[in-house]
Design a protein around this ligand. Structure first.
Ligand code: SF4
Length: 344
């Protein structure tokens, strides 16, 4: 049975616990490094044995056990190309998904469920169930690092990071400072929310930005992403551009391609108009056909034409597959299955 460990779900709670045990900032820093990088607390010439105050040292095993209980591996579904979906069980039995990606990448979740309700996504089917604390977010990275090295973290799993921004930014700060992940290799994905554009430029660790666009047409976008803020597409692109120029990381635009819905030539033309001259990368992800969702992905010929057209017109364009979709289906499907199979 997994011990409930609600007292350490946030990094601020972990820091406070350490301070209560006599930790100074240098001690906190070393604990956070050891945890998030899954490495020893010892440093050359400064072993943990003599570095930490005795009160803290004595409590560390209990704290580590609590942190381990924040995210446990419930199931692993490997595929080719270093890709594997991880079904992660949280301390209260809730499930989220992380995905190991090629070249040291990791996609993690920020919420259990999601309130945005994108029509093509399984994660949003049941709405938002709860927020993940910042420590639960970092714990997914620690869990993945016990399996292999992680050098890039994308916040594109279950949940809308903008709806849990305090926790997401707290996690990003630890991953970028103590977690040894390059700031541009932390990628926050959002459907577009003013809070993101206001907060990110103020942060010590500024992640790269991915914007889920899916259509250039405001009315269609509102149908595809029913609970996303109603910010006109042009304004979204302008705000992303401002952030991209300030940070020197291009904005990654995400677009799930659905046959007959958002794969028209008119959409391509508007993408060209919007993104020409912008510091941007267009990522197309063909819709992943799953039970219960009545959409289709465009044919391989159409996909090739879409990508070819945009490249010809000078837009940096990539065609991506939703990682691991060939193993166990769309984002959120593993969790949906695990929950269904749970005893009442
Ligand atoms: Fe939420 Fe992302 Fe799914 Fe949309 S695609 S419902 S934002 S998890």
């Amino acid at each position: 049975m997994i011990p409930a460990s609600p007292s350490l779900t946030r990094i601020s709670q972990l820091r406070q616990r350490l301070r209560d045990l006599g930790a100074k900032p240098c001690h906190e820093d070393r604990v956070l490094r050891g945890w998030s990088q899954v490495c020893s607390y010892d440093r050359k010439g400064s072993p943990a044995e003599t570095f930490f105050p005795a009160t803290l040292r004595n409590e560390l095993p209990a704290i580590e056990a609590e942190l381990d209980g924040l995210a446990r591996l419930h199931g692993e579904y490997p595929a080719d190309d270093e890709v594997a979906r991880l079904l992660v069980e949280l301390h209260d039995g809730q499930m989220v998904e992380s995905v190991l990606l090629p070249r040291g990448g990791l996609c993690i979740s920020t919420q259990v469920g999601c309130a945005v309700g994108c029509v093509f996504c399984m994660s949003g089917r049941a709405g938002l169930l709860r927020q993940l604390g910042s420590a639960e977010i970092v714990a997914q990275v620690a869990l993945a690092r016990r399996r292999r090295a992680v050098s890039k973290v994308v916040f594109m799993g279950m949940g809308e990071p903008a709806h849990n921004l305090d926790n997401v930014l707290e996690a990003i700060e630890v991953l970028g400072i103590q977690g040894n992940i390059g700031h541009k290799n932390l990628v926050l994905s959002t459907v577009g929310d003013l809070r993101v554009f206001e907060r990110l430029p103020q942060e010590a660790v500024k992640p790269a930005l991915a914007l889920s666009l899916h259509s250039t047409d405001d009315a269609l976008r509102a149908k595809l992403l029913p609970n996303a803020p109603r910010i006109p597409v042009e304004e979204l692109v302008e705000r992303c551009e401002e952030y991209a120029r300030a940070t020197h990381y291009p904005t990654q635009y995400q677009w799930t391609l659905i046959e007959g819905v958002n794969d028209s030539d008119a959409e391509l033309e508007r993408i060209v108009q919007l993104l020409t001259g912008k510091y941007a990368i267009m990522n197309f992800i063909p819709f992943n056909e799953v039970d219960g969702l009545d959409y289709r992905r465009p044919s391989p010929e159409r996909l090739a034409r879409i990508v070819g057209t945009l490249k010809q017109r000078g837009i940096i364009t990539q065609l991506r597959d939703s990682a691991g979709q060939e193993i166990e289906g769309a984002c959120g499907q593993l969790r949906a299955r695990a929950v269904k199979e749970m005893p009442n």
